[in-house]
Design a protein around this ligand. Structure first.
Ligand code: PGA
Length: 327
């Protein structure tokens, strides 16, 4: 069989705008800020297509760790588009999903199994026997055995080549909620209140959100050879700042990525808004003091000292916090 051409056709993609740059002294894991969502999705799809081609050529299979949630949807759409254009072949791709609610009927509209088939697998040539998703329908007494089998299956597949991650407002990766240890493995966990609240809308009310989930552990995730954590939207900005610039701590499971040799955090501008290079770049390097940046700095200083001009900030129409030209 001829392997599909995974190269980009000349001129087929719109030109990419440059990523936001600046000093990164406070960032403890490689972090890339990409203003345009389409660019972000294409960049991640490029990377996945490359890894799939490289690993299938090298050892006849490629093992992907996949995430659910709203963040990766655009990447999956882009991968489907590439597949339809003959740019990627999933026939030798093996997948392991991060997590599943528990209990959860596999055919429930809320199940991550259903999400994966609807949003990716049904549209590409992945073999059903190569798809692995924790089974939320497993009887409780067989869960420990199931989780151990999941770990064994990952090891037998040769480990994960590329792991996609989102991040929850609790700092979770997979469903590794605050308190998860760096040595944790696939297991049943209790979901954090923040996580259940965030999922409430999907379940028509927080009370309907399952209280537990099966998740790959932090150690399972960190064994992947390459990791991409993706976050978009201002609601992720605070937790992203903790994960990227804060201490490594079980309070924020995503901070464990700081110890991984090949992990990258991909952000849109809104999710990057609390990073020092975006929020207070003058702390890192000389900046060009435009009127807008000066106003931002004055407000920041007032907030630091608890001065009453905070009120002025709240009542004023907010200045652009940072734009590429201010960094
Ligand atoms: P989201 O979820 O992509 O829907 O924001 C991310 C996560 O909870 O890991």
């Amino acid at each position: 069989m001829t392997r599909p051409d995974t190269r980009q056709e000349e001129g087929a993609q719109p030109a990419r705008r440059p990523v936001l740059d600046g000093r990164r002294d406070r960032e403890r894991v490689r972090t890339v800020i990409i203003p345009d969502h389409g660019d972000l999705e294409r960049l991640l799809a490029d990377r996945l297509v490359e890894v799939i081609a490289r690993e299938t050529a090298r050892r006849g299979r490629c093992v992907l760790g996949l995430a659910t949630g709203s963040t990766p949807l655009g990447i999956y759409r882009e991968l489907i588009r590439r597949f339809q254009a003959g740019g990627v072949d999933f026939s030798q791709v093996v997948t392991f999903n991060l997590d599943e609610y528990y209990p959860m009927r596999p055919d429930s509209p809320h199940s991550y199994r259903r999400y994966m088939w609807e949003n990716l697998f049904d549209h590409v040539n992945v073999k059903p026997e190569n798809v692995h998703i924790p089974d939320g329908g497993t009887p409780r007494e067989r869960l420990a055995e199931q989780c151990a089998a999941y770990e064994r299956a990952i090891a037998e597949a040769g480990g994960i080549d590329f792991q996609i991650l989102g991040i929850g407002k609790s700092g979770h990766i997979g469903f590794n909620e605050p308190g998860s240890s760096p040595g944790s493995r696939t297991r049943l966990v209790t979901l954090d209140t923040i996580t259940r609240k965030d999922a409430g809308a999907d379940f028509f009310g927080e009370d309907n959100v399952p209280r537990e989930a099966i998740t790959m552990g932090v150690a399972t995730i960190l064994e992947a050879r390459e990791i991409a954590l993706i976050a978009t939207g201002e609601h992720k900005a605070a937790i992203v700042q903790h994960a990227v610039e804060g201490e490594v701590s079980p309070d924020v499971a995503a901070s464990f990525l700081q110890g991984h040799p090949n992990a990258t955090v991909y952000l849109d501008v809104a999710a990057a808004a609390e990073l020092t290079r975006v929020k207070t770049p003058w702390l890192l390097e000389p900046v060009e003091w435009t009127p807008a940046l000066t106003e931002v700095a004055v407000v920041w200083l007032a907030e630091q000292s608890g001065s009453p001009s905070r009120r002025a900030r709240r009542s004023s129409s907010s200045a652009p916090v940072t734009t590429p030209s201010t960094i």
